[in-house]
Design a protein around this ligand. Structure first.
Ligand code: AMP
Length: 191
């Protein structure tokens, strides 16, 4: 299974990605998590990424694409994967298309979690208290939502036109959202 999970910051992508990846026995690959791991290890990639992340901006495409290219080439990702937080720009979609073509693979579905904007801000402010992420301050949260609308939301139409889009209501309890996701995934033909 080769899947993407999309949705605005705070939609619950990371939480749901772990359940889905476990169910299909594929790695959940979160670009945000990889960046954060690099930041805490103080790698050159982490130092570079941190200034964008702290401002709520996207890390430049070349940096992100190369990181994903390396990760998808690893052994555990060869049978399948779930991408969480990538692609986020039209240029990243094109790059991912090339990576998959080179591996002679294709996507099975693109999941989109839809969540009410006000609920998103509340969820993120709550997460800020629990996890203390540097990019969960109110200003940065707002900036991340804006960037999502400008740069990432247009990808929904791209994947809809390809017939890959699976939209799922992301409101409510974690377990309810999971149930909806699995019910929707049952209808996706697997490659
Ligand atoms: P996330 O945990 O997915 O919300 O990602 C946290 C931050 O990492 C984002 O706000 C961006 O700064 C950066 N990031 C994660 N994925 C990408 C991506 N695909 N392209 C550019 N920046 C990204």
């Amino acid at each position: 299974m080769r899947l993407i999970i999309m949705g605005p910051p705070g939609a619950g992508k990371g939480t749901q990605a772990k359940f889905i990846a476990e169910h299909f026995g594929v790695p959940a690959i979160s670009t945000g998590d990889i960046f954060r791991a690099n930041v805490s290890e103080g790698t050159p990639l982490g130092v570079d990424a941190k200034r964008y992340m702290d401002a709520g901006e996207y890390v430049p495409d070349e940096v992100t694409n190369q990181m994903v290219r390396n990760r998808l080439g690893e052994e555990d990702a060869l049978p399948g994967f779930l991408l969480d937080g990538y692609p986020r720009t039209v240029a990243q979609v094109e790059e991912l298309d090339q990576m998959l073509a080179a591996l002679n693979e294709s996507l099975d579905a693109v999941l989109v979690l839809t969540v009410d904007a006000e609920e998103l801000v509340q969820r993120l402010l709550q997460r800020a208290q629990v996890e203390g992420r540097a990019d969960d301050t109110e200003d940065v949260i707002r900036r991340r939502q804006e960037i999502y609308v400008e740069q990432t939301a247009p990808l929904i139409d791209v994947y809809r036109e390809r017939g890959l889009l699976v939209e799922v209501d992301g409101m409510g309890e974690v377990a309810e959202v999971s149930e909806r996701l699995f019910a929707a995934l049952d209808r996706v033909p697997q490659s």
